[in-house]
Each structure stands twice: as C-alpha cells, then as structure tokens.
Design a protein around this ligand. Structure first.
Ligand code: GLU
Length: 446
C-alpha cells in the first residue's frame, strides 16, 4: 500500500471508528483513485476525495409504531445524503435487522459512483431501518412505513432526495411509504421510485437490476467473442435481483444451477427452467416461503447453511448481500474454472475475494457497474414522472441495454491495463469519479 493511501485511510478510519463496511468500501475505491488523483493535481488540491467520503448530511430518527397486539415498538430510521454534485440524492431504503449507520454509509458511498456511471443526473444516498418486515403482518408493515415516512417526508422530495427499494423494501413497502407521503404533503409527485405501474411506476423497474446485470455480463463475454449460450451459472439469493438475473440467463440459453436464501442453497444440476423459476417467484413473493421447499418439490439437493460457491460453474453471480463471498470461496471458484464474477448485490465479495480474482486475472465486475441497471431504470422512472408520460416495455428495456453498454465502455476506457486485461473495479471507480469530481470543482467549495 503506498504512503498516501495509508495516510488517507488512517484519517478516514479515525473519523469513522466502528464503521467496518464503510471503511471497506472507501478502501476499495481509494486504492483505484489515489494513483489517478496523483496524476491529476486539480482533484488533489481541491481535496475532492476527502470531501466525497464525508456525507453531506446524515439524518437519524426514532420510528415508534404500534404492533398488532397494541404494543409499542421502536426502531431506528436513517437517511444518508451522501453527494448531490450531479443531481438530487438517489438510492434505496433497506429494512433489515443488520442495518447500521456503517452499512448505510457504505451503500450510500457506492451509490454515488454507481449513479454517476449510469450517465443520468442522480446524486447518491441510502436509507433504511433495523426494522425486519419478515414475519410481520401487512398491517404492521403499513404502520411501520407510515411512522417512518412521518419523519422522512421533511427530508425528501422529487427534486431533493428520491428513495426506492432495497433489501426488505419492495412493492408493498413503497406503496405504504408513498401513500403516507402523499397524505402528509398533499401532492402526487415522483418522490419515490419502484412505484406500482398504475400509480407512476415504470415498466421493467422490477426486472431492471437482474436484467441489467446479465446485459453487463454479455458485454464482458463479447470482449472474448463469447456468449451466454450453454454457460453454467451459479446464483446466490432468491429475491428480486436473483430472480430476474436467473430469468434473463435462462432466456439467453445459460444453465442456472443454484439459488439461495439465508437458510442455504439449492443445487439443480439439470438447470432451473422458467417453470421452476416461476415456482420460486411465487414461493418468495407470495408465500414468503423458504428455498429448501424447492429441493423437496423438485427432488434435488439442498445445502443447509451454505453458499453456492463450491459448485463448479463458468459464471458466478452473487446476488444476496454484502460480504457473502470470501477469499476461500473465490479460490474455490477459480480452481473450478469460473472465469467471470459479476455482482448483483452491493459489495458481496470481500477484499480477499477480489484480490484472488485479480490475481487469477478472471473477469470481476463490481456491483457499482454490474448492478446499476436498477437505479438506472429508477432514473428513467423519474424522467417519465417529470414528463407525465410512460414508455413501453421495449422502450425502457432498450434504454436499459444502452446504459449497461455505456457503463461497460467506461469501465474499459479507465480499466484497461497494459497487458490488455480489463480491471473493471478500477474502471468503474475512476469512470464514476471523474464526472462527480468535475462537477464538484465547477460548483466551488460547498
Ligand atoms: N437499491 C438499489 C441499488 O442498490 C436501487 C436504488 C434506486 O433505485 O434508487 O442500486
């Protein structure tokens, strides 16, 4: 590690003690950016990197609500407004017991670069709560969402900060949050994305992260004249991202071998087909069931408490959550012949895993590039709301494909190394940074 990088990280660490996920995300970005900034003194002199790691604002609030038994419950709500240099804050809300300030700061930080890469005018933010919607009734979820928005409404707006979904926040939660915002403000606006199609949502938004991920993988494969046909793919997760990534892989002729949830993973050696995937969608979205039920129904293996990275594959798509793929997993993947890892989740690969991929010189696409399709279509939802108009499925899907291609081009532009290898991590970090840094320079010390 060079001296400048070490000094920079020490300062960040000092100011953000007990925030391991945030430090992890900052270290990963700083490693690519510091050598680049050294060559571009305008960024160094204006302390752009020091400013980017400091959120513009963090809001922390109490969320009290009444459960079905009439008891008082208290959760903690957050919104991290990280950077607004290129547009209003934009990023999802996560409702999960693992939510802390550190997790939301890492997600907001990643979001700043990801949103910039999309080419759309969106700044970066993230929010959420330690509330767990699992095993809660619809009524309890509604009560929680209403209380959460009763505070959040004063900090967000269609031109200020536009939240969306993330883990634990889907259609149902966005509906309740939107209803409460509309009631308090008395206005129907594009304050949230991921809305239902009937009330201002965009076609393809539910599919966008997963589809976009697969479009990005196709671009990677094209660099070696290859395609998805016949490729063996392992996927973790079984939520929105995993479902639509699997759907697109199947449509493109790949074989999806695994999916998972917090209980373990299923391994279907014949490949999950569309019909079986529809079963998973129903199981997860309507019955809120467990993935192990798939193994019982279709008579295949279930690996309790394990992740799918020991299964032989060509392509691995970690689509569950942060730090779900560690150094040993990465070595197992490489030894089994995997040549491409693309992140549908945010920061699912640990630094040791990323180092192993880089050392083996396989394709590694970080989430801020590979999973940007979700927020990109959120950006298109904002455009449609402002236009008071909606585009067709094909129109949105074509724009999504185009955006993923552009992101890939940027990664190649800034990430191509001397031996021809494309370092997507470096490419995404620098590609996302330049636009934000130039905008911050233009806007002065604010
Ligand atoms: N939570 C998603 C992400 O990590 C989507 C955010 C959005 O649509 O604003 O990018």
């Amino acid at each position: 590690m060079n001296d400048l990088l070490r000094q920079f990280l020490e300062k960040v660490q000092c100011r953000n003690t007990a925030e391991p996920e945030f430090l992890q995300a900052v270290s990963e970005v700083a490693e690519s950016l510091i050598p680049y900034i050294e060559k571009h003194p305008k960024y160094k002199n204006s302390k752009i990197l020091e400013r980017i790691v400091e959120p513009e604002r963090v809001i922390i609030f109490r969320v009290p609500w009444l459960n079905d038994k009439g008891e008082v419950e208290v959760n903690r709500g957050f919104r991290v407004q990280m950077n607004s240099a290129i547009g209003p804050y934009k990023g999802g809300l996560r409702f999960h017991p693992s939510v802390t300030l550190s997790v939301l700061k890492f997600l907001a930080f990643e979001q700043v670069f990801k949103n910039s890469l999309t080419g759309l005018p969106m700044g970066g933010g993230k929010g959420g709560s330690d509330f767990d919607p699992k095993n809660r009734s619809d009524n309890e979820v509604m009560k929680f969402c209403q209380s959460f928005m009763t505070e959040l409404y004063r900090h967000v707006g269609a031109d200020i900060d536009i939240p969306a979904g993330d883990i634990g926040v889907g259609n149902r939660e966005i509906g309740y949050l939107f209803g409460q915002y509309k009631r308090i403000k008395g206005e129907f606006s594009g304050v949230l994305t991921g809305k239902g199609y009937e009330w201002g949502g965009s076609l393809i938004r539910p599919e966008a992260t997963g589809y976009g991920l697969v479009y990005f993988v196709e671009e990677i494969l094209k660099t070696r004249g290859d395609s998805l046909v016949g490729k063996k793919v392992t996927i973790s997760g079984s939520g929105n991202v995993a479902q639509y990534a699997a759907e697109k892989c199947i449509a493109k002729g790949a074989k999806v071998l695994t999916m998972s949830d917090s209980g373990g993973f299923i391994y279907d050696p014949d490949g999950i087909d569309q019909e079986r995937l529809n079963y998973i969608k129903h199981l997860k979205d309507h019955e809120r069931g467990r993935i192990r039920e798939y193994a019982n129904k279709f008579n295949c293996s279930f690996f309790e408490g394990e992740r799918p990275w020991k299964i032989k594959c060509d392509i691995a798509l970690p689509n569950a959550t942060q730090n779900e793929l560690n150094g040993d997993d990465a070595i197992a993947l490489v030894e089994n012949g995997c040549f491409c890892v693309a992140e549908g989740a945010n920061m699912p690969c640990t630094p040791e895993a990323v180092a192993a991929f880089n050392q083996a010189r396989i394709f590694y696409a970080p989430g801020k590039a590979a999973n940007a399709g979700g927020v990109a279509v959120s950006g298109l939802e904002m455009s449609q709301n402002s236009l008071r108009f909606s585009w067709t499925r094909d129109e949105v899907d074509n724009k999504l494909k185009e955006i993923m291609k552009q992101i890939h081009k940027l990664c190649v532009k800034y990430g191509r190394e001397e031996d021809g290898h494309i370092n997507y991590e470096k490419g995404a970090n620098i590609g996302g940074f330049v636009k934000i840094a130039d905008s911050m320079l233009a806007q002065g010390v604010v």
